[in-house]
Design a protein around this ligand. Structure first.
Ligand code: RP5
Length: 167
């Protein structure tokens, strides 16, 4: 599709299983993406360089997934004017609350749009919605996705009514 790419950056390979929902969602919407491992703590120079060059490298949105003291989304946001979406990852004894607070509580001037703990699918949908602002073809796909979702709920409700009749 003729639209900008999405970068999915995660702090560790151990985040991959929680990030796959975003990968699969972007794939289903036929949006180009790159998936990278970069850490705000372990490879800070690489993370900063990536964010600094992201716009000129054809990205329109950055998704950043990290657990524990999750500074990745904030550090990337500090080095770009692209929208950054943070996914707090459940990766510790604190069940992701640590990453949620680290990601969402950005000081003014450097926003990170934070989705739910492990909310990878929503991160991808939000990224797509941002790109769809000036991409009618993508907006139509998102609209179709919402219609399908509504239909699934209607079908589930219909099936429930049948099951309840047989109690
Ligand atoms: C964070 O620390 C990563 O994003 C990951 O969620 C967490 C644990 O990383 P590993 O020790 O498994 O590499 O930086």
């Amino acid at each position: 599709m003729d639209c900008k790419k999405v970068a999915i950056v995660m702090g560790s390979k151990s985040d991959l299983k929680n990030v796959m929902g975003a990968v699969n969602t972007l794939k289903s919407l036929e949006i180009d993406y790159e998936v990278r491992i970069m850490s705000a703590h372990r490879t800070p120079e690489a993370a900063c360089a990536f964010a600094s060059k992201a716009r000129e490298n054809g990205f329109g949105v950055i998704i950043a997934a990290a657990g524990k003291a999750a500074h990745l989304a904030g550090v990337l946001a500090a080095h770009t004017t692209l929208p950054v979406i943070g996914i707090p990852i459940k990766a510790s004894a604190l069940e992701g609350i640590d990453a949620l607070l680290s990601t969402v509580q950005m000081p003014k001037g450097v926003p990170v749009a934070t989705v739910a703990i492990d909310g990878a699918e929503n991160a991808a949908i939000l990224a797509a919605q941002i790109l769809a602002v000036n991409q009618p073809e993508l907006a139509e796909k998102l609209s179709q996705m919402k219609s399908n979702m509504a239909q699934e709920v209607l079908n589930a409700d219909k099936q429930l009514q049948e099951e309840l009749k047989n109690l």
